[in-house]
Design a protein around this ligand. Structure first.
Ligand code: XMP
Length: 485
């Protein structure tokens, strides 16, 4: 017999947070750091959704620079997805592990051509064993004869400033300051070239002090995979591209297939990569995925702005309740949770975190920005972008067509997709730069935290008291009885 739970399922709009006594003087005092996975912390608790109208490398780079992370979607060939990950990892190379080099016997012409082809201002000169011999820059060759040899024009190693491969970024900065150089080659005890640090990259690093970085100073990248057999190969390419987090991303995460995929990926890669899995909306879902080895669990069945799962399948749990329940299980299991879907305003982020989420995943609010894939279109004279659910009819059709080309997989009758769709395609207003959107959301989060007297996310959870509200108070909460300009 079916049973009915003896509690109500609540959504973000069903509650407000009660203000608390606060000793916070400025919103800047508030620390928004939070755990994304067991081992990865983010300076801001915001993750961009693994959707083809939200996150590819451009969005992922911006998200990581702002202190969050982007999950590159999986609805493209695996090789292309791995390239997108590489773009994020290369965006701010603090240590360039394989710097561009040239041999001493090459001509000045060859050096000039290589520099302009790579768009760089200098090359390191190495012998066949990769031992550093010198450096040749655009300035060295600009007025030189094209036929001359590199070794005749280069600055020899003896006159260069070099460092060991383990040099710290602080020491490197000091070397740049003291010697007024732009490139610092890293050389091991045998004299072999092990890397290069450039002052330009260090400057970029200073420009984004909150950025999410790996131990080598590169931006963090996450990428989604599915649960089918071929996704093991996708995971391999992504790990080879140095992805930091694999997100096993399926509509019904509390499934044997998803748990099995978590176990398989864990077995293959051990702790080399963090694993997120989802989506679920129950404590059992969190427990099962965490037991299978997930480092974080994603929560949300049907709250998303372009989701129709609850209408089509009649299945779901209102998001605030889902987060609160799942957070209890997550605490027991020692894994963080990600509240995925339904964030329409910064206030919803505050509520989701207060309810127990560690981070939130956002689609719609980022879909209208410059950094999301797709062009700006005009609709009734207003600038818009297209945003679509990944289970919407056209998204599914597009996938099947690509698969058929690549893998000769049987194509389901196209008309069937209109029956299977659990999402819609939509216009969203064009909203400019993602970085500005994120800054506004974080400002709202800080505001919410200061109303609750919370200096960090832990205190936010501890101080949170929700009050249920009526439809009348919902009207009172938004601008009312005025014409908004
Ligand atoms: P928001 O509200 O930020 O939600 O736009 C983004 C999340 O929505 C989920 N998603 C879907 N859910 N059908 C669904 O039921 C879909 O077609 C669909 N596409 C995306 C996903 O969890 C995403 O992060």
């Amino acid at each position: 017999m079916a049973e009915i739970l003896n509690y109500m399922g609540l959504s973000f709009d069903d509650v407000l947070l009660v203000p608390r006594r606060s000793s916070i003087r400025s919103r800047r005092e508030v620390d928004t750091r939070s755990r994304f996975t067991k081992r990865i912390w983010l300076n801001i608790p915001i993750v961009s959704a693994a959707m083809d109208t939200v996150t590819e490398s451009r969005m992922a780079i911006t998200m990581a620079r702002e202190g969050g992370i982007g999950v590159i979607h999986r609805f493209m060939p695996a090789q292309k997805q791995a390239e997108e990950v590489s773009k994020v990892k290369r965006a701010e190379n603090i240590v360039i592990e394989k710097p561009a080099t040239i041999g001493p016997e090459a001509t000045v012409r060859e050096a000039k051509d290589l520099m302009s082809f790579l768009g760089i201002s200098g090359l390191l000169v190495v012998d066949r064993e990769n031992r550093l011999l010198g450096i040749i820059t655009r300035r060295d060759v600009i007025f030189e004869d094209d036929g001359k040899l590199v070794k005749e024009c280069m600055t020899p190693k003896e006159s260069m400033i070099i460092a060991g491969p383990e040099v710290s970024l602080e020491d490197a900065k000091e070397v740049f300051r003291k010697h007024k150089i732009e490139k610092l080659p890293l050389v091991d005890e045998e004299g072999k070239l092990r890397g290069l640090i450039t002052s330009v990259d260090l400057v970029k690093r200073e420009a984004y002090p909150s950025a999410s970085r790996d131990s080598k100073g590169r931006l963090l990248a996450a990428a989604a995979i599915g649960v089918r057999e071929r996704e093991v190969e996708r995971a391999k390419l992504l790990v080879e591209a140095d992805v930091d987090v694999l997100v096993i991303d399926v509509a019904h995460g509390h499934s044997e297939m998803c748990m099995e995929m978590v176990r398989r990926i864990r077995k293959i890669y051990g702790d080399e990569v963090e694993i997120v899995a989802g989506n679920v909306a129950t404590q059992e879902g969190v427990e099962d995925l965490a037991s299978a080895g997930a480092d974080a669990v994603k929560v949300g069945i049907g709250p998303g702005s372009v989701c129709t799962t609850r209408l089509v399948a009649g299945v779901g749990v209102p998001q605030l309740t889902a987060v609160m329940k799942c957070a209890e299980a997550a605490e027991r299991m020692g894994v963080p949770i990600i509240a995925d879907g339904g964030i329409r305003e910064s206030g919803d982020i505050v509520k989701a975190l207060a309810a127990g989420a560690n981070t939130v995943m956002i689609g719609k609010l980022l879909a209208g920005t410059d950094e999301s894939p797709g062009a700006v279109v005009l609709k009734n004279g207003r600038r818009c972008k297209i945003y679509r659910g990944m289970a919407s009819m056209y998204a599914m059709l597009g996938r099947e067509f690509r698969l058929r080309e690549n893998e000769a997989e049987a194509l389901l009758d196209a008309s069937e997709y209109s029956y299977y769709a659990e999402g819609v395609e939509a216009y969203v207003p064009y909203t400019g730069s993602a970085s500005d959107v994120i800054k506004r959301l974080v400002a709202g989060l800080r505001s919410g935290m200061s109303y609750l007297g919370a200096r960090n996310i832990e205190e936010l959870k501890r101080n949170a008291v929700f009050i249920k509200v009526t439809a009348a108070s919902l009207r009172e909460s938004a601008p009312h009885d005025v014409e908004v300009v």
